[in-house]
Design a protein around this ligand. Structure first.
Ligand code: HSE
Length: 317
C-alpha cells in the first residue's frame, strides 16, 4: 500500500556522449529540467496526460506516445500494477530536440514520481530500463546515456546494454560544464540517421583508447589527459553539418580555456568541460556569442559535473 496520494518529481537535463563516449557516457545538468506530478485516481481512464509548461503544447497528450507515459506504463507493467488509476501531469519546461535530454527528463521524472507514490518498490537504478522505453518511443533507439544521468545525477558510464551495466563515477568537484542551446530543433532520429553504420578497426581503436583515457582522466582529475581524450570519430564528424557555426564556435571555446568541447547528445546544443566555474561561465558566454553572431537565439547553462539527479519536490499523503 502507498503512503501518498500525489507525488511530484523533478528530473534534470543531461548531456550524452561527452565527446568520446557515443551512447555510453552522460552527465546531469543543473538549472533546467521537467516536472511530473502523479496522483492516485481510481476512476481515471489512464489514457491522457495533462500537459503544462512552456513546451507542453508540443508534446503528445496520449499516454502511449508521451515519453513520460510510456515509461510509467512500462514500470507499472513490470511491477504488475498496470490497472492502477493515475492522473499524470507533465510540466514540460525543456525544449524538444535540444540535445539536452528533454525526453529523458520527462520519463525520469515520471517513473521516479510513480515509484515514490507506490512506496519505492524499486531502486533508482532499477528504474532506468523503463525510462529507456521512453527514449525508444521518442527516437527509435533505447539509449541510456541521457536517462541514466537524469535519474542518478552526476556522470554515468553505460559499460554494457545487454545486460545493462551502469556505473556512476564521481568527477572532480571543480569540473564544470558549459551547455548552450541554440534555438533550432534537431530530432535525435534525424541525427542518428546521418551516422555511418560501419566503423573501421583503426577508428574503433582510437575511439576506445580515447574513451578509456577520458575515464582515467575523470577519476584522476587529470585535465591534460581529459583534453587529449575528448575527441570523437563516431558522431561529431557526421553531425557537425547539422549545427550552424559548429567548428568556429568549438575553436573559440577551446581558445577561451575549455578542456574539451563537443556536441551535446545528438545536438544542436554544444557543451564544453572546464576547470572551475569562472572559466565555464566565460566559455558559456563565448559559445553563446558564437550562436548570437550568426543570428541564433540561445540559452546557456553552467553546471557542476557532479550535479543532482531526479528528486521529489512535493508529496501529499
Ligand atoms: N547517444 C544519443 C545520440 C544521445 O547521440 O544519438 C541522444 O541525446
Amino acid at each position: 500500500m502507498t503512503n501518498y496520494k500525489s507525488v511530484t518529481a523533478f528530473a534534470p537535463a543531461s548531456v550524452a556522449n561527452v565527446g568520446c563516449g557515443f551512447d555510453i557516457m552522460g552527465f546531469a545538468v543543473q538549472g533546467i529540467g521537467d516536472t511530473v506530478t502523479v496522483t492516485l485516481q481510481p476512476d481515471s481512464d489512464n489514457s491522457e496526460i495533462t500537459l503544462t509548461g512552456t513546451y507542453g503544447h508540443l508534446t503528445p497528450t496520449e499516454r502511449s506516445k508521451n515519453t513520460a507515459g510510456v515509461a510509467i506504463n512500462a514500470y507499472l507493467q513490470a511491477i504488475g500494477k498496470s490497472d492502477i488509476g493515475l492522473n499524470i501531469t507533465l510540466q514540460k519546461n525543456m525544449p524538444l530536440g535540444s540535445g539536452m535530454g528533454s525526453s529523458a527528463a520527462s520519463s525520469a521524472a515520471a517513473v521516479y514520481a510513480v515509484n515514490h507514490l507506490l512506496g519505492s518498490p524499486l531502486s533508482t537504478k532499477e528504474l532506468i530500463p523503463f525510462t529507456m522505453e521512453g527514449e525508444r518511443v521518442a527516437c527509435g533507439s533505447a539509449h541510456a546515456d541521457n536517462v541514466a544521468p537524469a535519474l542518478l545525477g552526476g556522470f554515468v558510464l553505460i559499460r554494457s546494454y545487454d545486460p545493462l551495466d551502469i556505473i556512476s563515477v564521481k568527477g572532480p568537484d571543480d569540473l564544470f560544464a558549459a551547455v548552450v542551446h541554440p534555438h533550432i530543433e534537431l530530432n535525435t532520429s534525424d541525427s542518428r540517421r546521418v551516422l555511418n553504420k560501419e566503423v573501421s578497426v583503426a577508428d574503433a581503436i582510437i575511439q576506445s583508447a580515447n574513451t578509456a583515457g577520458f575515464m582515467v582522466a575523470l577519476i584522476k582529475s587529470d585535465y591534460e589527459l581529459m583534453k587529449r581524450s575528448m575527441s570523437d570519430l563516431l558522431a561529431e564528424p557526421r553531425r557537425t553539418q547539422l549545427i550552424p557555426g559548429y567548428d568556429a564556435i568549438k575553436n573559440a571555446a577551446m581558445e577561451a580555456g575549455a578542456i574539451g568541447c563537443g556536441i551535446a547528445g545528438s545536438g544542436p546544443s554544444i557543451f564544453a568541460l572546464c576547470k572551475g566555474e569562472t572559466t565555464a561561465k566565460q566559455v558559456a558566454k563565448i559559445i553563446r556569442d558564437g550562436f548570437t553572431n550568426i543570428g541564433l537565439f540561445n540559452e546557456g547553462y553552467v553546471s557542476q559535473l557532479n550535479a543532482p539527479g531526479t528528486v521529489i519536490i512535493d508529496s501529499v499523503e
